[in-house]
Design a protein around this ligand. Sequence first.
Ligand SMILES: *Cc1c(COP(=O)(O)O)cnc(C)c1O
Length: 388
Amino acid sequence: MAEPTLPRLTPKLLAAFNTLAPEAASGLRRATLTLDLSALRHNAMVAKRAAGQRKILAAVKADGYGHGAATVAHALRGIVDGFMVASLGEGEALRQAGITQRIVVLQGVMNQAEARRAAKRFLEPVFHHASQIDAVGTVGFGLPLTVWLKIDTGMHRVGFTPQEFPAAYARVSTLRGVRPNSGVLTHFARADEPDAAPTQAQIALFQQATAPCAGELSLCNSAGLLAFPEAGGDWVRPGIMLYGGNPFTEGTAAAHDLRPVMSLTTQLIAVRTVLAGESVGYGGRFTAPETMPVGVAAIGYGDGYPRHAPDGTPIIVNGQRAALIGRVSMDLITIDLRGITAAVGDMVECWGAQLPIDEVASAAATISYELMCQMSGRVARRVVELDA
Ligand SMILES: *Cc1c(COP(=O)(O)O)cnc(C)c1O
């Protein structure tokens, strides 16, 4: 694999980032998540250019992919046209936080009480199963409910099949509490892969099924938005690209001009010499092939660093690229410091401005989405604008 391109990071930005970084002065040595809102807005502008005339529903489910849904929504509200969450509770929390734009709720509503909650807050539930239409029934909800229907065009997870769809759409149109001309959406299963055929088939099925529909249409996630301009629709639904993750199984985020929003950093709390033949950490997974310096950093799976990261997982120490060695513990990791200039107190970056999260995800056999979502509440958070 070619050496991935690092995200655009000028010496000036790096200096700003490093001085902002560890709370060394206060003696606080802990994992810190730095969220760069200027990168978030930049990525949203990349999405906006790709969207053309289409409007943007920014995916902020799972607490904004771990970045903080309200923080993200406030930062993006001048750029995007609405937001998409998984659950009613996530939608209500965004309203509570003062977000007034359209909010689509992917799981939809399961009964009349939930439909009333959605209507009250102007949340737009997605209907993906007939049982939801049955449950909502023909009563009114005080305020008319804007709803979406989901068609299963190939993901085979949720949604009405193209065969079921016309009847479901007709039935929803007769519900008294629901606004006419519901929106219709579908979700791509394989838009992130090099083979375009499965996505093209999904697009064709969707276009066919929705030809008689007068409401708003939406097809694209991040990968669909960037790789399938022909998909069309009225709304696009980017998620991962906003946060600077690579939406594709190949290549890099930087190649799409996406910048990392989240940087996970901590400090070296010890630098020690491990003798040739000695093993490091639980299970002795790494044995020193020679007498060597090993750094210990204050972060572990208790903070959300992936426990399955193997020896060799890249990590940045004091601006230099180093490698994880030994098993990840709850609060600590160990780092090979051979050839690295480092001292106690130096900044360690697990991923972010200096190291694409996708590289760490791929080393740990997962995807950036999961790393972002699994940040623990223990991690300190701060919001910055590096490029302001
Ligand atoms: C999460 C999600 C998205 C966003 O996907 P990304 O791959 O993060 O861009 C879009 N649509 C639906 C239905 C989703 O669940």
